[in-house]
Design a binder for this molecule. Structure first.
Ligand code: ATP
Ligand code: MG
Length: 479
């Protein structure tokens, strides 16, 4: 058996009683040819391994360099030095993998920037920042399942490859095995997709919602949590071509029930991470505070990361209608001073600058906006009696803008069909979706939470490429 190690995190919390322990990890630093700072990713903290002067071969000591991996066995003793309670006095050290410091990318720059670390995303896990981020990401994913499990929701796996291209959520990636250089063609010269793998055009999913609704129409409360793909050519700090989305879908819910669920969900997730990842959050808060110091005073946020998270847990989200939101924007000093790049009037699809004005400047807290104009929203949203708006809700948060998009779904068959025709959605192809409205339709609602947007909010990171292990963005699919 090789894996006899105790994790660094565990050892740091263990009372030292001269017990023999084995640790394995990567060298962060080696001081005075005596003190190894060892990290194994279980925490950002390192364990000090002391190799006594004269006790080990010079040839071995030379190989203890930053990035090298090793196994050390020794006794756990109270630390003589400052900064740690325990240390391991090594009696054996075995190098598992050498690491040439002259070539090790993490050694080549003193304080590697986040941009540089994106170029070496395969190694950035080894930095404190990304160690913290990916432990938080894990916790957040776990908390999502825990939340829904406690509420009795079923985790439904909706398909990644889909033939429905009617959702209109974004540009899609085609899935095909047709040879690009010589595709089968129909008489009129167009590509014959009936010859393709699935016998029809298929794409990567942009959302699991439509299939999620089918599940909710029997299991009553389901959620999906999977990858979604959008070939949107928007190179922003908030969009990925491949991102993860959580989409609960609930029978017997109206818009208000939907908002209540979304709000308590977000609060629960933040609370969970604050409880279980305190150390990592404190590290990230510190990182953010340093980053903020570089900014001009006016652009700095009023709250630190932890304060902001506590604030969200302790305060109810503001709830306003789209019409109210537009009025606030039209009355705002920013609008009057022509500070907005995009125009404001009833009917616009609010831009990020508008959303951020509402949450950061006006309300200074998360805001749920409801009742959007039907013309800027999807066909499946429930039509309001005014004939102009739909029962949609978006949740906007400081620093990010939209984090959740959801709605009560149109459960009335005639209304849904009429809207689909108006929007040129192929009604016949969607027969399976419409069947739920034919056979025992019920009021129902759901929403989509962008996992990486939630990660941005919780970690205080500002670029979405830094909260997913291997970001997929236009012109970039390295690793
Ligand atoms: P946006 O206006 O920001 O592009 P959207 O209206 O296209 O968002 P929805 O279709 O409602 O978003 O998707 C639900 C959620 O998925 C959004 O609230 C957001 O959190 C997340 N999301 C949407 N597009 C992306 C993307 N390209 N990358 C990462 N997350 C995304
Ligand atoms: Mg979008």
């Amino acid at each position: 058996m090789f894996n006899t190690r105790v994790k660094v995190k565990e050892l740091l919390a263990t009372a030292p009683e001269n017990q023999e322990v084995t640790v394995m990890g990567w060298v962060r630093s080696f001081r005075n040819n005596q003190f190894i700072a060892l990290n194994d990713g279980s925490t950002n903290n390192t364990l000090q391994i002391v190799v006594e002067l004269g006790a080990f071969d010079e040839s071995l000591l030379k190989r203890i360099t930053p990035g090298a991996s090793l196994k050390a066995t020794g006794t756990l003793i109270p630390s003589q030095g400052k900064g740690q309670k325990v240390e391991v006095k090594a009696h054996s050290v075995e190098i598992l993998g050498d690491c040439d410091p002259e070539k090790y990318p993490l050694q080549l720059r003193n304080r590697p920037s986040l941009e540089y670390l994106r170029e070496i995303a395969h190694l950035r896990f080894r930095t404190n920042t990304f160690g913290a981020i990916f432990r938080v990401r894990h916790s957040l994913a776990f908390a999502i399942h825990k939340f829904f499990n406690e509420k009795g929701f079923a985790y439904l796996h909706t398909p990644i490859i889909t033939a429905s291209d009617a959702e209109g959520a974004g540009e899609m990636f085609r899935v095909s095995t047709i040879p690009f250089d010589n595709p089968p063609r129909k008489d009129d010269g167009s590509i014959d997709f009936s010859e393709d793998f699935f016998g029809r055009v298929t794409n990567l999913t942009v959302s699991g919602q439509l299939e999620g609704e089918l599940g909710a129409m029997a299991l009553s409360e389901i959620y999906t949590f999977g990858p979604t793909f959008r070939a949107e050519n928007s190179n922003t700090a908030r969009h990925l071509a491949e991102f993860w989305m959580i989409e609960p879908e609930m029978a017997f819910y109206d818009l208000e029930d939907n908002m209540d669920l979304a709000e308590s969900f977000i609060r629960y997730l933040i609370q969970y991470v604050m409880e279980h990842n305190r150390e990592d959050l404190e590290f990230l808060a510190q990182r953010l505070a340093e980053e903020e110091k570089q900014k001009p005073q006016a652009e700095r946020s009023e709250m630190g990361l932890i304060e902001k998270l506590e604030f969200v847990v302790n305060n109810r989200f503001e709830r306003i209608s789209y019409t109210e939101a537009i009025d606030i924007l039209l009355q705002s000093p920013a609008y009057k001073k022509k500070k907005f790049q995009y125009e404001v009037n009833w009917g616009i699809d609010m831009q990020s600058e508008h959303e951020r004005y509402l949450v950061e400047k006006h309300f200074k807290k998360p805001v749920i906006v409801t009742g959007y104009p039907k013309d800027i929203k999807a066909f499946y949203m429930r039509q309001n009696d005014d004939g102009k708006t739909v029962a949609a809700m978006d949740i906007l948060v400081p620093g990010i803008g939209e984090i959740v998009g959801g709605s009560q779904r149109e459960e009335r068959l005639e209304k849904l069909e009429a809207r689909m025709k108006e929007m040129h959605i192929p009604v016949e192809e969607m027969w399976w979706y419409l069947d739920t409205r034919r056979f025992g339709s019920v009021p129902h609602a759901g929403f989509g939470l962008g996992f990486e947007r939630m990660m941005l909010f919780v970690t205080g990171m500002t670029n979405i490429r830094d909260v997913i292990a291997f970001p997929r963005t236009p012109k970039n699919a390295e690793f």
